[in-house]
Design a protein around this ligand. Sequence first.
Ligand SMILES: Nc1ncnc2c1ncn2[C@@H]1O[C@H](COP(=O)(O)OP(=O)(O)O)[C@@H](O)[C@H]1O
Ligand SMILES: O=P(O)(O)O[C@H]1O[C@H](CO)[C@@H](O[C@H]2O[C@H](CO)[C@@H](O)[C@H](O)[C@H]2O)[C@H](O)[C@H]1O
Length: 460
Amino acid sequence: MITPVPSDIERYLATARWFAGKGRAFRVSDTHVAALDGAEPRSVVVLAEVAYDDAAGGSELYQLPVSLHPRPQEHLESARIGLWGGLHAYDAVHDRAAMTGWLRALSGAEHTGQLRFHRCADARIDTDERPSLMTAEQSNSSVAFGEESLLKVFRKVTPGTNPDVEIHDVLTRAGSDHVAALYGWVDWERGDGEVFQLGFLQQFLRTASDGWTLASASVRSLFAEADLHPHEVGGDFAGEAARLGEGLAETHAALAEHFPVAALPAGGARDLADTMLERLDRAIEPVPALAAYADRIRPLLAAVSDVSHIPVQRIHGDLHLGQTLRTVKGWKFVDFEGEPARPLAARRLPESVWRDVAGMLRSFDYVAAVVQRELDGDVPTREQRAFRAREWVERNRAAFLTAYAGRPLTPDEQVLLTAFEADKAVYECAYEIRNRPDWIDIPLTAVARLSDHEGRPGGE
Ligand SMILES: Nc1ncnc2c1ncn2[C@@H]1O[C@H](COP(=O)(O)OP(=O)(O)O)[C@@H](O)[C@H]1O
Ligand SMILES: O=P(O)(O)O[C@H]1O[C@H](CO)[C@@H](O[C@H]2O[C@H](CO)[C@@H](O)[C@H](O)[C@H]2O)[C@H](O)[C@H]1O
């Protein structure tokens, strides 16, 4: 069995887009290796224990599928990890031959040592399809096989059922129109018997466009017209926003049918409010500008503790326009992993559907803000654009929400929705300062707007 070199992995992780510990002091304290027997090139999965040496401490387990070659592979230079036992080690998601090996193992439902490849009963898997790494990788890595299937390789792994695999499995069996069908998945059993899900193969929605791209195009087409209102512009998004709302309502209904539903127990509303308040307090340290709004945001979050009945069920957990794909047959939702920063167990718990609704509402705000940033102009031009962007946001929020709920929200639902929006904007402040500090103004502006919310029914 190959022996990985921890310092090579540390160097590789430090620059990886998907490594959540960037900027923190860390070291690889241990590694586990599982081999894909008989694969050519030689392939292993390395699970690297990452220990953090900063004040927050803690540890995480990261997955590196590795291909091992006796000779250097020039075309894989950017994916090179190091030289291990005389073999050249590469991040295998970049290595087409290695990924074909994974597809074959999935197709054959192979059990090799500690790795177990599962194939779903109705899965169509063509092992001749050519693998290519998707460039839009974020928290994980995804490899497309021709036009047929997509392998998502989780990077940070935790023991137990992964919510992305679990929800794709359940909704595929239920015949949902709103997810890509699950074709198979990969488990790894650690020496102590704990099982980790390493990735899954799903239907590749190759002709789909993601909601972020479509919504950005709509905002750009608004700005291309000097004075028109959003509903007067050819690229109006409100119809799509409404279809997204309907699609989310149908997805929530399917999740409610196939997973347990409940109401938060006594004290649950207070716990939820406290969790949000704690998240706000924690975010002030990395984002000191939040402090100026904190006293006016706290009552919005604390109000949740007065809601007497909060129904909960499985939800998406981190919904935004980038997690939606428009196919010819309607909208699909992807990436049911929940917020990457939350512990896995928390991400599988039933939650209020208003968390997902709030996520989408925040995304309409984001897309309008991001498109404005692409454009320059003098102050009056920018102010006029900001006003028109607000009209676009309000129109699409309303279309989405009306279609989702199909009726006016009750006062309690409005309290929950506002609190989840504020909570999400706070989360985004912490997320942006770590990942895209240039974008910090986007959620901060939202926090400022929400802090001004009091007494305004119906949202922002
Ligand atoms: N089944 C699919 N078919 C086509 N594209 C997909 C599919 N699932 C995800 N994608 C695309 O891949 C991107 C990354 O997928 P996602 O599951 O969100 O991974 P991550 O956890 O790395 O963010 C998505 O934004 C989406 O555009
Ligand atoms: O897609 P992930 O599950 O990795 O989610 C994380 O990254 C998202 C950014 O890609 C982040 O979403 C935020 O930025 C989006 C625009 O890029 C915007 O549409 C979302 O509304 C906003 O929250 C998400 O919060 C984070 O968890």
